[in-house]
Design a protein around this ligand. Structure first.
Ligand code: AMP
Length: 355
């Protein structure tokens, strides 16, 4: 439904005067910075007062703000935003604050394929997609009585790893689980974590070529999660758990990282497979996506999640990453998104990359 409206809307847009807009949070400094570098107008949507801290970062500050009472009110401003030829760049906080339903019905051209949302937000569908693409995911434990090795218990819809916990036995699981919430139990994969930032262009052939379009690897990061990542400063997890102190997985930041070069072919194989499967399942992912992986000591990737838009892990790379430097100096994911919009609008292909 959105597609038809958006197509009509785009015909009325002044393609020479586009505005890139997003919600002021998450990766917005990077998105605005990238859009400015590519010559776009920029607009930041903020709740309540104008975000003062943007004054401290003039190159990441949007040209103008739209101040709303709450994020749901964005829908009341669509006409005014259309008049500014706005293209929305969704990020994780944008979708979370607006809510899935309102995000899906937002009557503005939105970078990426909005239909991906139901495939990444439902853990069963996500598994169908990623395993269908041939990726290896951590094993799912259906019955907690069968916990024999460490598992991670994840609550559905929990943001930023909130409430997740590790259990090594059924007894530990029983003690900690909140049965009122929907959860899944996953093998805790031993290894090192890499969060891989891809960009798929369905309209350009300037990267790792696929049948249609191409993939770039722009960067990778490791999330910094409190308290799990530094808890060892106080003692081993086992020791602390005996004292009733349990590690948590709340994301507080992101750390830049690179991986051994010999693993890169696998990284591209996985990216290609995920894109191909997405085309079969829902018409295809567009633009940025991130595979969240653990590399085991057998050098095997286990993928525990996909994020189908710009992730905050790209923020360390506003001035480029060790990978994007090999594509173009000074290329962030935010800038790459702006370039895609610029290319599409010049070639009259915008409807291929927005929904
Ligand atoms: P998620 O919400 O699925 O991204 O998980 C939050 C965090 O929990 C991740 O960033 C990892 O640090 C950790 N994690 C998730 N799944 C696993 C797993 N199967 N094995 C080990 N660690 C995991």
């Amino acid at each position: 439904m959105a597609k038809i409206d958006i197509k009509d809307m785009l015909t009325n847009y002044d393609k020479k005067d586009l505005t890139i807009a997003t919600v002021c949070s998450h990766s917005s400094l990077q998105i605005f910075n990238g859009a400015k570098k590519e010559g776009f107008n920029t607009l930041g949507i903020a709740v309540g007062e104008k975000r003062k801290f943007y004054d401290a970062f003039p190159l990441g500050k949007p040209d103008e703000f739209l101040i709303v009472k709450n994020y749901k009110d964005i829908l009341k401003h669509t006409k005014e935003l259309q008049e500014k030829n706005v293209i929305v760049i969704p990020h994780g906080s944008f979708v979370e604050y607006l809510g899935a339903e309102k995000f899906m019905s937002l009557n503005l051209p939105t970078f990426g394929n909005r239909n991906v949302l139901m495939w990444e937000s439902d853990r069963d569908k996500e598994r169908t997609w990623l395993e269908g693409a041939g990726l290896i995911m951590p094993k799912e434990i259906q019955d907690p009585h069968y916990i024999e090795k460490p598992v991670i218990v994840k609550y559905h819809g929990a943001k930023g790893g909130k409430g997740f916990f590790i259990a090594k036995t059924y007894e530990e699981f029983k003690k900690r689980v909140n049965n009122r919430k929907k959860y899944s139990i996953q093998e805790f994969v031993m290894g090192t974590r890499y969060y891989l930032h891809y960009f798929f262009s369905p309209i350009q052939k300037n990267g790792y070529k696929l049948k249609k379009g191409s993939i770039q690897l722009l960067s990778m990061d490791r999330r910094d999660e409190t308290t799990i990542d530094e808890v060892q400063r106080l003692g081993s997890i086992a020791e602390l758990e005996e004292l009733g102190i349990h590690p948590t997985f709340v994301v507080t930041g992101n750390i830049p990282i690179v991986m051994r070069e010999s693993l890169l072919p696998k990284v591209f194989d996985m990216g290609e497979a995920v894109v191909k499967k997405s085309i079969d399942l829902f018409g295809g992912i567009i633009g940025s996506f991130c595979l969240e992986t653990v590399v085991t000591e057998e050098l095997e990737f286990k993928v525990f999640e996909i994020s189908a838009r710009i992730v905050a892990g790209t923020n360390p790379y506003i001035a480029g990453s060790p990978y994007s430097e090999l594509i173009q100096p000074d290329l962030s994911t935010g800038r790459r998104i702006a370039q895609e919009i610029k290319y599409a609008s010049e070639k009259n292909l915008l409807e291929e990359i927005v929904t």
